[in-house]
Design a protein around this ligand. Structure first.
Ligand code: AMP
Ligand code: GLY
Length: 424
């Protein structure tokens, strides 16, 4: 079958790497891809949010199946448009993607279906939001309703900062995304990212990973898309998985079907492991990045079996996916300055050498080749140095050894404490 993968991050490199191992994939294409994905797929120069262009090329190439990596095309309705053109695709419809594209939608949905999450109120004007701040005590969690590339959340420790931030939200800080603002109760605990694959009526649990959202060591600095991940994580074992399936995932799949928006795709629950049990922080409707990279390295099953069964509505007929026992860690290397301003185009060497080290494999994110055929940086998050080991400690040691001894990139940085929660 001819398959088209949409996206260009480390998540998509990991998906391309895994999909290329499937004997169900005869030809693999990726739009717009990166220099690493180009090793496994034919690259098409069409942006991930060009839904019209992607549909046209899928028709021209006679693509049999499309996998959508990032949230933006899903929220724009790419899956609906492909399907209207007779092209099968894996991922939720635009309506079902509201679980990620509207925080107010998700909070209301959780209330109706009794899904554990932080208490909240939704505001459409500044005055109402300010009254809420006057009446309650900090910290306040302020969230733009719409997609804001992971930057639409502010934790305000004082009433004063909450007021200032709310003024900015309502004066268009995130454009349309902050026309509605959700104010949430502050939850404490460790976070975990848990994934399930869904076919509209059935959900199969995948596994959990732990992300590191802040830019610098000790969880300091600004929020990012994610600076590293590892799996398995001690905060999320069999017991937690059973609880989350029962209290969060199954009610969501049933509720979405009941509401006429059956969810087919990857459901990514961002969870706070509170002392009262796991609570939903947010839903995403796709794999996480950098989490997907560790999941793909641990997955022992042909991923196309899962994607195709989900699309066919037959997840109840597939075997539970197999997972390799060895822990995997992913250390993100980002351009100096990320998540604020950074430069592009600096040469990166040593990826091949890193890939020859025990347990190591480097997934590319923002990379491309220059005219001299060298790999150069082309984004904020640039490399994902993944490593497996007998223990989390060994995996961590191998990933940092690859970074220190093999990768040669002057303009990059990484966190030095990925997986610290597991190492104690
Ligand atoms: P989100 O984009 O909703 O995942 O939020 C980004 C980050 O803000 C999360 O990963 C948490 O670290 C933090 N956060 C979001 N909501 C809450 C909450 N209700 N209580 C505490 N922290 C939160
Ligand atoms: N790593 C978090 C995300 O993909 O949204």
């Amino acid at each position: 079958m001819k398959v088209l993968l949409v996206g260009s991050g480390g998540r998509e490199h990991a998906l391309a790497w895994k999909m290329a191992q499937s004997n169900q994939v005869e030809e693999l294409y990726c739009a717009p891809g990166n220099a690493g994905i180009a090793e496994h797929a034919a690259i098409i120069d069409i942006a991930a949010d060009d839904v019209v262009g992607l549909t046209a090329i899928a028709r021209n190439l006679d693509i049999g199946f499309v996998i959508v990596g990032p949230e933006v095309p899903l929220a724009m309705g790419l899956v609906d448009i492909l399907q209207a053109n007779g092209i099968a695709a894996f991922g939720p419809t635009q309506a079902a993607a509201q679980l990620e594209s509207s925080k107010a939608f998700t909070k209301d949905f959780c209330t109706r279906y009794n899904i554990p999450t932080a208490g909240y109120e939704v505001f459409t004007d500044l005055d109402g939001a300010l009254v809420h701040v006057h009446k309650n005590e900090p910290p306040f969690v302020l969230k733009a309703d719409g997609l804001a590339a992971g930057k639409g959340v502010v934790i305000a420790d004082t009433k004063f900062t909450a007021e200032d931030e709310l003024k900015e939200f309502f004066s268009g800080k995130f454009g349309e995304a902050s026309e509605k603002v959700v104010i949430e109760e502050f939850m404490t605990g460790q976070e975990a990212s848990f994934f399930a694959i869904c076919d509209g009526k059935t959900a199969i649990p995948l596994i959990a990973a732990q992300d590191h959202k802040r830019a610098y060591d000790n969880d300091e600095g600004p929020n990012t898309g994610g600076m590293g991940a590892y799996s398995p994580t001690p905060v999320f074992g069999e017991k937690e998985m059973a609880t989350v399936m029962e209290t969060i995932i199954y009610p969501t799949v049933a509720g979405m079907a009941k509401d006429g928006m059956p969810f087919m795709g990857i459901l990514f629950a961002g969870l706070m492991m509170t002392k009262d049990g796991p609570k939903l922080i947010e839903y995403n409707v796709r794999f996480g990045d950098p989490e997907c990279q560790v999941l793909m390295r641990r997955l022992g099953t042909d991923i196309m079996d899962l994607f195709l069964a989900a699309k066919a509505g037959k997840l109840d007929e597939v075997d539970a996916p197999a997972w390799l026992d060895d822990p995997v860690v992913n250390v993100v290397m980002a351009s100096n300055g990320y998540p604020a301003k950074y430069k592009k185009g600096s040469v990166i060497k040593g990826i091949e050498t890193a890939n020859m080290m025990d347990g190591v494999y480097v997934f590319h994110a923002g990379t491309q080749k220059n005219k001299k055929d060298e790999i150069v940086s082309n984004g904020g998050r640039v490399l994902n140095v993944t490593a497996s080991g007998d223990t989390v400690a060994e995996a961590v040691e191998r990933a940092y050894a690859a970074i220190d001894q093999a990768i040669d990139w002057e303009d990059g940085f990484c966190r030095r404490d990925i997986a610290h929660h597991a190492l104690g």
